[in-house]
Design a protein around this ligand. Structure first.
Ligand code: AMP
Length: 172
């Protein structure tokens, strides 16, 4: 078993001073490490037997699309405002400063489908909580959230009202 943390680069003061950025770019760049990441997530997520995955733009797409193909299930994109064609449902959510809007295409997945929400990293939980609320607005049953990385000191789990899995946690 690889030590996946060895493949995650940390960059200080990015994107702004005081933030330690956990870069999955270096994990993706290593074929063996990325395959193991997806294998390990597949083990956790397949136990739930989801119908679809929900992928959060943009690094969440990388995780969820590899995982969905591995599990042979569909993927629904959750994107920033204005990027998805056709009819969409929207939800605004609070950022550190101001707010943003996320969107999902309407009617591409039947209500009642069981879904696992995926992103690269769980920090404060605001993004994942908003994505889950958006999916539920369209009748999707969000049964779990799965992340490669969790910043446990930010306690994002407390914002999520579903079971949470992460492969790697950092406590500072
Ligand atoms: P949050 O809503 O605070 O849980 O932030 C999670 C989202 O922001 C994820 O989509 C991450 O990709 C990104 N993110 C937040 N903090 C970091 C960090 N320290 N390093 C890398 N990505 C981060």
């Amino acid at each position: 078993m690889l030590n996946l943390k060895e493949h995650i680069r940390t960059i200080s003061d990015y994107p702004k001073p005081g933030i330690q950025f956990y870069d999955v770019g270096t994990l993706l760049a290593n074929g063996q490490a990325w395959r193991e990441t997806i294998d390990r997530l597949a083990e956790v997520v397949s136990a739930e037997k989801p119908d679809v995955l929900l992928g959060i733009e943009s690094r969440g797409f990388l995780v969820s699309s590899a995982l969905a193909a591995r599990l042979g299930i569909g993927l629904v994109m959750i994107r920033k405002k204005g990027k998805l064609p056709g009819k969409v449902i929207s939800r605004s959510y609070a950022l550190e400063y101001g707010e943003d809007v996320m969107e999902m295409q309407e009617g591409i997945v039947a209500p009642g489908n069981k879904a696992v929400l995926c992103d690269d990293l769980l920090a404060t939980g605001g993004t994942a909580a908003a994505a889950a609320a958006l999916a539920r607005q369209s009748g999707i049953n969000v049964i779990r959230a799965a992340f490669v990385i969790e910043l446990t000191f930010l306690n994002g789990r407390a914002k999520l009202d579903m079971p949470v899995s992460s492969l790697l946690s950092y406590d500072s």
